[in-house]
Design a binder for this molecule. Sequence first.
Ligand SMILES: CC(C)(COP(=O)(O)OP(=O)(O)OC[C@H]1O[C@@H](n2cnc3c(N)ncnc32)[C@H](O)[C@@H]1OP(=O)(O)O)[C@@H](O)C(=O)NCCC(=O)NCCS
Length: 206
Amino acid sequence: MGAPGWPVTVVDGRVGIRPLRLRDAVVWSDMRIRNEAWLSPWEGLRPASPPVGWGERHSPAAFTAMLRVLRRESKDGRCLPFAVTYDGELAGQVTVANVVRGAFQSASVGYWVDGRLAGRGVMPTALAMVVDHCFAHAELHRIEANIRPENEPSRRVVAKLGFRQEGLHPRFLYIDGAWRDHLCFAVTVEDVPEGLLRRWRSRENA
Ligand SMILES: CC(C)(COP(=O)(O)OP(=O)(O)OC[C@H]1O[C@@H](n2cnc3c(N)ncnc32)[C@H](O)[C@@H]1OP(=O)(O)O)[C@@H](O)C(=O)NCCC(=O)NCCS
């Protein structure tokens, strides 16, 4: 039997979420390499990792290796690795990771969008669809997002969606050469009986 809620594709207007595919490799690699300055201040890396450059870490071969790991984890129900699309083209990622079952039924999300598409509400829409799907079909009860205090654009995303600020994790993730503090934001099923996408759309149109 497959993992609950995986795989799935959802589209709302110009924005979609779907599983990453092997044939995303070249587009993903080009986009990640072009966006190095945009993405690198926010992305974690294991400390004392071998000194491999951004280009090599984001080659098509690196994508294929990453996807192999993500597929295994998604099959086991430990993550939901979504591609984000805009007008049907790859535009970024939302990864639901650290899925813990049992009495917790909780997971954390990481996300990014191509800098060329920033500011169009792509990520709030994609994240709302992901959260709604996880609550309705992946048996999750809580989703958290951990964000560096200085990451204003990302804080705007969770603010728009009404995530609750739950606390500060000191020295939480190793990013850009140091252990960085993160604010923790979360949402539970009870917070959004009408669905997150619906609530975000109604606020957007208010
Ligand atoms: C965080 C991120 C995913 C937001 O995605 P998005 O689709 O642009 O989200 P929105 O359209 O809602 O914009 C969010 C905020 O980004 C800022 N923003 C808008 N256009 C921007 C641009 N061209 N460049 C930089 N920031 C911009 C604004 O503050 C905006 O808030 P506002 O709508 O209240 O003005 C995106 O900025 C990103 O990929 N950043 C790099 C990776 C990252 O930080 N990931 C999250 C780690 S926790």
